[in-house]
Design a protein around this ligand. Structure first.
Ligand code: FMN
Ligand code: SF4
Length: 771
């Protein structure tokens, strides 16, 4: 079964590289063509299948999104997962359904667009089995046995009969024929990420006693038969690829794994199916591990397991692992274990990576940050987006090209951008590329980056800084753009600056007053000028609570509270995160890192209290008080704060033990730590409180829009100063995801010469309306 590993076992054609100029011979190997079955990839850059939210429902958006990658030099470009039949209906998600000829016609646009740049087009035929929602078709889910999938709820799957098995295989063949007819060069039998093929393969989910269950040969039969049938149908005209998942053990807590499929079993399957396959597409683990965020996984993290597939095949192998470094890609290919560099996220972040390598423009590569905002957007909003590449998904509907920027009219107008955060930096880069001759970016802080100045210092988020670093490098290449740091501009400074166009990009900050969703008034006792009350920015700037016991209060639900908690826990603080959500950091589930994040915090000794609202911070009380009433006077400090809502104050003895609460009923004995109390209630309104030495409030952001509002309020002063246009972008408009801040800055600069740049131009929508 195990074969010797010849270095570069895959046939390499002696034809010139597809990309014109190759400056650096070090990377020449990346531009060699590779034969896969009846087809030849023009180079070793391969955009693996990944969802976009466009599927076959937005065919023009899909086509333009993939065509850009082909234009940027990716030799193979795949569309996303494509269900073969109605009992693998992905609604409410959007997939590239291939059930009938109408679907095929829609996807033809993508294949044609990819071919237009000389690349091969791939389609990932798929059946989700027990993981298919079937939200629209209302058909029963199918699976080898009557199981449920952790991705679904509301019922178990039907155990497939032999007729079902034969019918799904016929659907696969029909879909493969349609894919070939639509012009696709590479047709997949998708087996990774826990879907139907994997459900058959795993002894945990396959409990059959017939010829499709039991031994590995039986559990693999459905996969092999499907491969053989698809190969018979289209193997002469299409390369047959299959995507497998090798079980990794990266040691990342919470990463999960593939139940019941060990690496040796997968290698045995590879050996059994090798004669049916032209391209092995290898991933590791489940999707959260495969698309591992930079917080937990370094570039190339899948290597130790993915590269083992070479032991079982001499066919071409593509492997992924958020590759962005040309040197690492080269080394990976040279190792002989892998023939193609697979990429989803780097190809989103920079569709022109291959071209930039070919042309020696390495400094221009927009490196993926590993944030997984792309996945959050695709899964949640059904439209992919990126924190590095504002044009991702906007190629068709807005006509944006990541590398082409038309000369702007009115580019001789001097521009002042106030704020060098993500939105301001992006706006400056695009204005510079559009030919503006004098763009000044004024930043109040000594360092550029806005919120990323401190975010990138949170544990594991260093790669998010790539967003700032890339823009800093590009601005240095633009002669018309100048960045001035350490200069805080007041309204009078802006008026006197000499700019004709002013863009306010002053960002946002975290409130320190405890205002939070559902509680619009400030929280009693929340004052970040006090030593024991902190904002996230203050923590990252070095402020620490006066004692060891810290409560991090989270009503935001994303990365900031866990990041601050991990930072403080790492320094030896005893940290409790109190969150209003039923689970810590629900947004991180959308970036696939929720389980890992929670496991990490657990291992770091961070306690979490869920579904709890904090409404006040008070000194440890020693006397009773009632809601809405001032407490008794104190000799050693300010009067007790008045709580507008929440429970009556508890009464504690000096050891911190609860004596009475409100109506005199003892409720519980509290811990005895800390001179401060956080007071609140649980999801049922039951009083809750805890003692601590300090509180970090991750409650709500607020736009830093004072400068904009002051300037906008005085149009006459603007006119007198020669300022013909005043705009506001990014968090200064409304605090949002990083991808939206970048988008905002990019859009304004793209449309700066439109009739009304403050109002986005309409964009093309699909499907077209009936009128
Ligand atoms: C937005 C997004 C959507 C994805 N959708 C799919 C999919 O439809 N099918 C699939 O096999 N993998 C999908 N993946 C996983 C990728 O194909 C790839 O295996 C993974 O992201 C690791 O590659 P990378 O590190 O280059 O991103 C998706 C990844 C991303 C980022
Ligand atoms: S959103 Fe983040 S992870 Fe996704 S492609 Fe862009 S930079 Fe990479």
């Amino acid at each position: 079964m195990v074969v010797a590993v010849p270095v570069l076992a895959v046939p390499v054609l002696a034809v010139p590289v597809v990309l014109a100029v190759l400056v650096d011979a070090r990377h020449a190997i990346l531009f060699e063509p590779v034969v896969i079955g009846p087809k030849t990839l023009p180079n070793r850059f391969y955009q693996v299948p990944h969802a976009s939210g466009f599927g076959s429902r937005k065919p023009r958006t899909q086509a333009a999104f993939r065509a850009i990658k082909a234009e940027g030099g990716w030799g193979g470009v795949c569309v996303e997962y494509a269900p073969v039949s109605a009992d693998s209906d992905e609604v409410p998600a959007v997939s590239a359904d291939l059930w009938d000829e109408a679907d095929a016609r829609a996807l033809t646009l993508a294949a044609d667009a990819i071919h237009g740049h000389g690349s091969l087009a791939g389609l990932e035929l798929f059946h989700g089995g027990a993981s298919s929602p079937n939200g629209s078709s209302r058909l029963a889910r199918l699976a080898p046995s009557q199981i449920t999938s952790e991705l679904q709820w509301g019922g178990l799957a039907k155990q497939m009969t032999r007729d079902d098995i034969a019918r799904v295989q016929r659907d696969w063949v029909e879909a493969a024929r349609r894919a070939a007819g639509a012009g696709f060069d590479i047709v997949y039998v998708y087996g990774a990420h826990g879907y139907l093929m994997t459900q058959f393969l795993s002894a945990v989910t396959n409990r059959r006693s017939d010829g499709y269950g039991g031994s590995l040969a039986n559990r693999g039969r459905f996969w092999l038969e499907t491969l053989a049938a698809v190969r018979d149908a289209v193997g002469a005209e299409c390369a047959i690829a299959t995507r497998v998942a090798v079980h990794g053990d990266s040691g990342v807590p919470g990463a999960g794994g593939l139940p019941g499929i060990g690496v040796d079993e997968m290698l045995a399957l590879v050996a059994m199916a090798d004669h049916l396959v032209d391209l092995w597409d290898v991933t590791v683990g489940t999707w959260p591990e495969d698309s591992g965020t930079s917080r937990y996984y370094p570039e190339g993290h899948q290597r130790p397991w993915a590269h083992r597939v070479r032991e079982a095949t001499a066919k071409p192998v593509v492997a992924v692992g958020r590759y962005s470094s040309p040197d690492l890609m080269t080394e990976v290919i040279r190792s002989g274990a892998v023939d193609l560099i697979g990429s989803a996220r780097q190809a989103i972040a920079d569709p022109f990576l291959p071209r930039k390598i070919a042309e020696g423009r390495l400094g221009e590569i927009r490196e993926c940050t590993g944030s997984n905002i792309c996945i959050l957007r695709e899964e949640t909003f059904r439209h992919v987006g990126c924190v590095q590449n504002a044009t991702a998904g906007e190629e068709y509907r807005r006509g944006w090209h990541p590398e082409v920027f038309g000369q702007a009219t009115g580019a001789d107008r001097p521009v002042l951008i106030v704020g060098a955060g993500p939105a301001g930096l992006e706006c400056a880069v695009v204005l510079g590329r559009r030919g503006f001759r004098a763009v000044h970016v004024a930043e109040a802080e000594p360092e550029i980056g806005g919120r990323l100045r401190w975010t990138r210092r949170l544990p594991g988020l260093g790669d998010w800084g790539r967003l700032v670093d890339w823009r800093a490098v590009q601005l240095g290449l633009l002669p018309g753009v100048e960045v001035i740091t350490g200069r805080r501009l007041a309204a009078a400074d802006v008026l006197g600056y000499g700019a004709e166009v002013v863009v306010i990009a002053t960002g946002s900050s975290w409130r320190g007053d405890g205002v939070q969703p559902g509680h619009p008034s400030p929280m009693p006792g929340a004052d970040p000028s006090l030593p024991h009350v902190l904002t996230p920015e203050q923590v990252c700037a070095g402020k620490r609570p006066p004692g060891r016991r810290v409560v991090v209060y989270d009503t935001d639900g994303y990365y900031v509270a866990p990041g601050v908690a991990e930072l403080l826990a790492g320094e030896g603080f005893e940290v409790t995160v109190v969150t209003t959500f039923p689970v810590l950091s629900p947004v991180s589930d959308e970036t696939l890192e929720g389980d890992m994040l929670r496991a990490h915090l657990h291992q770091a000794g961070v306690w979490v209290r869920h579904a709890t609202t904090i409404t006040g911070i008070a000194p440890r009380p020693v006397a009773a008080g009632r809601q809405g009433e001032p407490g008794p006077a104190r000799e050693d400090g300010p009067p007790w704060p008045v709580l507008e809502d929440g429970p009556p104050w508890p009464v504690l003895d000096d050891g911190g033990h609860l004596l009475v609460q409100g109506d005199g009923e003892p409720l519980a004995v509290l811990d005895d730590g800390g001179p401060w109390m956080v007071l609140g209630h649980d999801r049922y309104g039951e009083p809750w409180s805890a003692r601590c030495d300090g509180v970090v409030l991750v409650t709500q952001q607020v736009s830093d829009d004072g400068l904009y509002l002051e300037l906008a309020a005085d149009p006459a002063a603007l006119a007198a100063a020669g300022i013909s246009a005043l705009y506001r972008i990014g968090d200064a408009v409304a605090p949002r995801l990083l991808s939206e801040a970048i988008f905002d800055g990019h859009r304004l600069a793209r449309e700066i010469d439109s009739p009304d740049p403050a109002t986005p131009l309409p964009y093309r929508r699909e499907p077209a309306g009936l009128g």
